[in-house]
Ligand binder design. Structure first.
Ligand code: OAD
Length: 272
């Protein structure tokens, strides 16, 4: 099978995939082959759900008040999709590169938990994790098991017409913390700040990497969009892996066009 990676990049990687030399920034495209739609473009999540309503805290609160059925449908759709998804060869290749000591950090905008399920340990979740709840007061976090999400989704399916029913389910799954505030899902919505600790870990990793792989992201969203530029300013070579060129591509040193799982599997085969 012909290589998806241009010869000069193969040559460069063969000589530079050394201990701790690589970090990566991943986006929705890496999980597309696990069956999770990306956000932008044809068939993207924002085509089906208007982000003005579904990605802003106020939009979601308005929905709960006025159209709880629509909110319930969105939650059911969203979690059913995440529940079924399994890590694909791209997630597995990154976990392998980490185990070999070559990949230092996986900085992800994804909330699907697939990097951790694939076995990566140093995962920096810039936009949170859909399987976790957080107390907005004291910052305490709790992971949800698969069974708990299943229960959440199936109860919502039973009650999805009734505002009182949905509110009761939400109160049960997002209880009050000891500090008295109510837990919420640990996802960064539009207009919200990124978690400070994660962002600072990301900058630390970007400062020391020699190669930054930007995988399956349009990098259309700030501040994640600034991270590769920061790595570049600090001496890293930025290599984009994407199924197509996008606005960000011109900022990269190299581009490898194609499926993330095929390209990353090929990169793993280059390790000496
Ligand atoms: P996007 O939907 O903006 O971009 C996905 C990218 O993945 C596109 O550039 C596709 O070309 C590429 N792609 C699709 N399938 C691929 C494949 N099999 N292999 C390689 N590349 C592939 O998703 P993100 O860049 O992740 O934020 O979006 C960034 C943020 O915008 C998200 O985290 C989310 C969203 O609004 C929040 O919700 C805060």
């Amino acid at each position: 099978m012909p290589s998806l990676i241009p010869y000069e990049i193969i040559n460069y990687l063969e000589n530079n995939l050394t201990q701790g030399s690589v970090s990566c920034v991943t986006g929705a495209g890496i999980s597309a082959e696990s069956g999770i739609p990306t956000f932008r473009g044809k068939g993207g999540l924002w085509e089906k759900y208007d982000p003005e309503t579904y990605a802003y805290p106020q939009g979601l609160l308005n929905l709960l008040r006025k159209r709880p059925d629509k909110l319930a449908n969105f939650i059911i759709d969203f979690y059913s999709m995440l529940q079924e998804a399994k890590p694909n060869p791209a997630h597995i290749a990154l976990a392998h590169l980490e185990k070999k000591g070559i990949l230092d950090a996986t900085i992800t905008q994804n909330i699907d938990n697939l990097h951790k399920l694939a076995g990566s340990n140093n995962v920096i979740e810039l936009h949170g994790n859909a399987f976790r709840i957080i107390c907005p007061g004291c910052g305490n976090k709790i992971m949800f098991s698969k069974e708990r999400i299943n229960e959440f989704v199936s109860l919502l399916k039973d009650k999805h017409g009734s505002r009182i029913g949905i509110t009761k389910i939400l109160s049960r799954f997002f209880p009050r913390c000891n500090c008295s505030l109510r837990y919420r899902v640990d996802i960064v919505l539009f207009g919200e700040m990124l978690p400070e600790n994660e962002l600072s870990l990301a900058y630390k990793a970007l400062k020391k990497c020699k190669i930054l792989l930007v995988i399956g992201s349009s990098l259309a969203v700030y501040p994640a969009s600034m991270l590769p530029l920061f790595a570049k300013e600090n001496g890293a070579r930025v290599i984009e892996i994407n199924s197509q060129m996008n606005d960000f591509s011109q900022n990269c040193d190299h581009r490898i066009i194609g499926s993330a799982s095929k390209i990353l599997t090929e990169i793993v085969s280059l390790i000496r």
